[in-house]
Design a protein around this ligand. Structure first.
Ligand SMILES: Cc1cc2nc3c(=O)[nH]c(=O)nc-3n(C[C@H](O)[C@H](O)[C@H](O)COP(=O)(O)O)c2cc1C
Length: 175
């Protein structure tokens, strides 16, 4: 079967989504992202492709920084809420989704309190790629809860495996 252009990204599923969050002048916004990659170890750099019309993408550019969080799959309802409400509609989108946050350790970013791991990212470059904007960032701080040492302990961390949006988030249960 021929795979149409708008379906190509679905070939990559299941993928572990991150939550990208930013704050600027009293506004806090966040959204799930799967279009991300680790692109350098030294210095540590991560890129995210975001819709340039999205509120969270715009806020992250204004702030010049953002956090990326890994959340346990038990927080699937919060993921879904972050994907359906625009940051333009609420002052604090993380709080609206029931995700408490604290100040970043190094950067002025919202860090999700119950995240399994958090990256604090400083925006260093932008590149328009088709209908998305590539945000190139340097990771200024990275820390995890108890489930990650040098590898994930999957008895303590259950990643969400995103399998696409069909009237809501679908997930791959694994084997
Ligand atoms: C699991 C998942 C992954 C997503 N990944 C991306 C992504 O990588 N880039 C993007 O621009 N939007 C992505 N989206 C869509 C945004 O999260 C969604 O449009 C969000 O509501 C935008 O929020 P905003 O209006 O506050 O910017 C994803 C949605 C879901 C459910």
């Amino acid at each position: 079967m021929k795979v149409g252009p708008s379906l190509i990204h679905r070939l990559f599923y299941p993928q572990v989504p991150l939550v990208m969050a930013a704050q600027y002048r009293g506004r806090v916004s966040a959204m799930p992202v799967v279009s991300y990659a680790s692109v350098s170890d030294s210095p540590p750099m991560v890129v995210v492709a975001c819709n340039p019309e999205g509120f969270t993408c715009k806020l992250a550019q204004k702030a010049g920084s953002f956090s990326l969080s890994l959340l346990d799959r038990g927080l699937i309802d919060a993921f879904a809420r972050l994907a359906t409400v625009s940051g333009a509609a609420v002052k604090d989108k993380l709080a609206d989704a029931g995700l408490a946050h604290v100040a970043g350790q190094k950067l002025k970013v919202p860090a999700i309190r119950d995240a399994a791991a958090t990256l604090e990212c400083r925006l260093v470059a932008k590149k328009r790629t088709g209908d998305h904007l590539l945000l190139v960032s340097k990771v200024e701080a990275a820390y995890s809860g108890g489930a990650f040492t040098d590898f994930w302990d999957y008895s303590a961390y259950k990643p969400l495996l995103y399998a696409g949006w069909r009237d809501g988030m679908t997930t791959y249960p694994g084997t």
